[in-house]
Design a protein around this ligand. Structure first.
Ligand code: FA5
Length: 364
């Protein structure tokens, strides 16, 4: 004998089991994945509540009137509980994230490392500022230079013995033109004198900071690459007194009024007369002798440190760039910012600047 449940009883049994199971399983859903699986199982398009709604169709009209609202009621109750469970889970996740992200304000901060300008860059800028405040313009030029500007235009023709004053690093390159031009790493910033005068008409008042290179052995005062700042002033009636006045003012601004400064005759082929300018040595205070009685290593026991060469522009240089030396006069100078920084900060070896030891560099 087979027993057949009436559709009414069968529906009621199914309704109860769906209702009970749905609630129990929803309470057990602990994460988003199981919550989503629950939604698909009960509230999805092919879920158990849709199935129940379809089964309503097998009941009589009266039974449908009784069961219809109940099914709807259960559906909306389950939807509300699902939404609440979902909210609770989201809140839990947000709380957990907040807790793990919490800042411990008592932890020591990480120090921020500040970059700084290299002491030679600072010195070059300071020198430029001293001259710009006196009305000079700043121009820059190429580090790889033609022999013509580095030597020829400066009254130093080929085979002139004065070329030995600058041990030159030549560029390994052959000029295909008949002129057979030669290139080099500029040995000083003076080549910019010719470049500037070729292009501009007086009055000229410029300074040229830049790197220079020489094929020479290094020691406490000599690097094979270093900076120079060139100066050039050309106009009618410029005299040696203007040069002295400008350099005294420069030394006063950089070293203060107490520092002694010395002009001595010197030879540079592109100036006449030529001088070298020195400042009294900061280590031996101009005596030439150190506190231990030995001769001063920094100034070679002379008491003076040479910081620049200078002089009145040679008439041959004016002629080479097409200026009339009867009409114009001018002065030029070329200084070494490393040497000036050594004097200013009491540094006893120029090689510290380019040894890249941050313990040294951090002091500036
Ligand atoms: C010159 O280079 C000339 N061009 C300067 C000049 C310009 C004279 C205009 C007249 C008119 P000198 O070789 O002396 O001159 O170098 C000039 C300055 O550069 C020196 O006084 C010194 O301060 C610096 N200097 C020279 N050689 C070195 C070196 N090997 N290392 C560091 N500084 C140096």
């Amino acid at each position: 004998m087979t027993s057949q449940l009436s559709p009414d009883i069968a529906f009621m049994t199914r309704f109860r089991s769906v209702n009970d199971n749905a609630e129990a399983e929803l309470n057990r859903a602990r994460d988003t994945a199981s919550l989503e699986a629950w939604r698909i199982k009960y509230l999805g398009r092919r879920g158990q509540l849709s199935e129940l709604t379809q089964q309503l169709g097998k009941l009589t009209l009266d039974q449908r009137r009784d069961w219809g609202p109940l099914v709807n009621n259960v559906k909306s109750t389950l939807e509300a509980k699902f939404a609440a469970a979902q909210n609770a889970l989201e809140r839990q996740a947000a709380d957990a994230k907040l807790a793990s992200d919490q800042l411990d304000v008592t932890l020591p901060g990480r120090p921020v490392t500040l970059g700084r300008l290299h002491p030679v860059t600072q010195m070059v800028r300071e020198i430029c500022a001293a001259f710009t405040s006196m009305g000079f313009d700043v121009v820059e030029g190429p580090e790889v230079e033609w022999e013509r500007y580095n030597f020829d235009l400066l009254n130093i023709p080929r085979d002139h013995p004065a070329r030995d004053m600058w041990d030159t690093l030549w560029i390994d390159w052959t000029d295909p033109t008949p002129e057979g031009r030669r290139m080099l790493l500029r040995t000083h910033t003076s080549p910019m004198q010719g470049r500037i005068m070729e292009k501009a008409k007086p009055p000229i008042r410029v300074i040229v900071p830049g790197k220079v290179f020489r094929h020479e052995a290094t020691d406490a005062r000599h690097e094979w690459h270093f900076y120079q700042v060139e100066g050039l002033a050309v106009d009618k009636d410029i005299t040696f007194a203007d040069l002295k006045g400008t350099l005294y003012e420069f030394a006063r601004r950089i070293f203060g009024a107490d520092r002694r400064i010395r002009f001595r005759c010197d030879y540079f082929p592109f100036v006449e007369p030529g001088v070298d300018v020195s400042v009294d040595c900061f280590i031996c205070k101009g005596t030439g002798v150190m506190s231990n009685g030995h001769g001063c290593r920094v100034c070679s026991a002379t008491g003076w440190l040479e910081i620049m060469g200078a002089g009145m522009v040679h008439p041959n240089v004016f002629k080479a760039v097409g200026y009339d030396p009867e009409e114009y006069t001018g002065f030029a100078f070329g200084m070494g910012p490393e040497r000036i920084a050594m004097l200013k900060y009491g540094i006893d070896d120029i090689r510290h600047f380019y040894a890249n030891d941050v313990r040294f560099l951090r002091q500036f």
